[in-house]
Design a protein. Structure first.
Length: 432
């Protein structure tokens, strides 16, 4: 179709037609957003309607095949719930969990820590060093900038998460934040020995950071719910996949408007109006059908590749990339990325975001073995450190050697990165 062809300029920059952009937008929508779009179309376009059922339909699975929707609907997590979930994954010991719960309990709605380490150590009867270690761990949680004690620390934590520690922006926040507010760019530039233009570029970057990282969770008590696009059920040791067609009833074109077009007495203005609305209706129906087909193919692939993860938990996550999936289902990587955005799957163990099933890979030492996912490598690394001798903690080089013995070929630099991701201190700071 002409309106769906790619338009190419001499600069080789590819542009998408408005119709193709709309198609990609529908693919990326959450099921709640799509339902809202359909309701708007039903109100404004008389040529489209929902299918009416007088009995079972071949185009729609019986509703009793789906899990009870009220039991599956969940409100978005509060900030506290979101942080506690991460704590359960990252905490090394029961003591860290206990301290972490105390730390998270003292974080306000904006995401700032309102109690000192000394106060919490005294309240819990724990060592100050242990509390400081847990605070540092929580500060690495998402949303980045969380658990800061002041705006300066909040912004620095976000830059650290972006790998921009000791950058020019970092130095400006660390030493010249008040001057930034006063727009004293020349003074900052002279003090740091850089140009005013460089300072302004950094100020622009700093302004994009979130000074209140907890605020996006402040509406978590609203009635908004997470609705899964896909259901996975286990029946007789086999998994079944079904798309959510309870919240999205099938649409069809109202055939009576086609009959009007056949009437020779129909005036041109009415004819143009009906043709325009029919075109819009058919396009929406086509987009929704393609969206559901893509989601079905994606989940079938995920179920094949990540069945152990779905059954046993995240430590069994296999390495998987968008490129792997795109190749398997015959779609472009960007299409896969859009398709899984804002999408959830309901499994027997709960509702999960589709992005959770993707992880990078670590090459095995034995070429006959399968690759290991980065998530699994991190799990192994964490277990090794948890069991190390506290008086003689393992260096990154020794950790690398142990992982190699376990069949994971990882560079020392990668070991250091994974260790930092897990909020594990360097060996000289782990010594007790």
């Amino acid at each position: 179709m002409a309106d769906q062809k790619l338009v190419q300029k001499q600069s080789q920059k590819i542009l998408f037609s408005p119709r193709m952009q709309e198609s990609m937008h529908i693919l990326q929508m959450s099921i709640i957003e799509l339902k809202g779009l359909i309701e708007e179309e039903l109100e404004s376009n008389p040529t489209i309607e929902e299918e009416q059922y007088s009995g079972p339909s071949l185009s729609r699975a019986n509703e009793d095949e789906y899990p009870n929707m009220e039991s599956l609907l969940t409100k978005p997590p509060t900030l506290r719930e979101h942080l506690l979930r991460q704590l359960m994954i990252e905490a090394k010991t029961p003591i860290y969990i206990e301290i972490g719960q105390e730390v998270i309990g003292n974080i306000d709605d904006d995401g700032y820590l309102k109690a000192t380490a000394e106060e919490m150590a005294g309240s819990l009867g724990k060592a100050l060093a242990e509390v400081e270690t847990v605070i540092a761990m929580v500060q690495g949680f998402e949303p980045y900038g969380i658990c800061a004690r002041d705006p300066r620390e909040c912004l620095l934590l976000q830059l650290k998460a972006q790998g921009k520690k000791d950058s020019l922006s970092w130095k400006i926040i660390e030493s010249y934040l008040p001057e930034c507010g006063k727009k004293q760019f020349l003074n900052i530039a002279k003090a740091l020995g850089v140009s005013v233009e460089e300072v302004k570029n950094c100020i622009h970057e700093i302004s994009s950071l979130e000074p209140k990282p907890g605020r996006k969770y402040q509406d978590s008590h609203s009635d908004q719910a997470i609705v899964p696009d896909i259901f996975i059920k286990k029946i007789d040791d086999e998994y079944t996949i079904s798309t959510n067609q309870i919240d999205l009833r099938p649409l069809r074109v109202n055939s009576s408007y086609k009959d009007i077009l056949k009437d020779p007495n129909c005036d041109q203005k009415t004819r143009d109006y009906i043709n325009e609305k029919l075109k819009s209706a058919n396009f929406l129906i086509k987009c929704i059908r393609e969206r559901q087909e893509t989601m079905q193919r994606i989940m079938e692939f995920l179920l094949r590749e990540q069945s152990e993860c779905i059954e046993k938990g995240r430590s069994y996550l296999r390495p998987l990339t968008f490129k792997d999936m795109a190749k398997a289902i015959g779609r472009h990587e960007s299409t896969v990325s859009r398709a899984i955005a804002n999408k959830y799957v309901a499994t027997p163990s709960g509702i999960y975001e589709l992005r959770e099933f993707f992880s990078g890979k670590v090459a095995p030492e034995d070429k006959n073995k399968e690759d290991t996912s980065v998530a699994s490598a991190k799990t192994e690394l964490k277990a090794i450190v948890n069991n190390e001798c506290k008086e003689k903690p393992l260096s990154d080089q020794k950790l690398q050697k142990i992982l190699l013995e376990k069949g994971m070929r990882i560079s020392r630099r990668a070991v250091a990165k994974y260790r930092e991701d897990l909020k594990i201190l360097p060996s000289h700071l782990r010594k007790t």
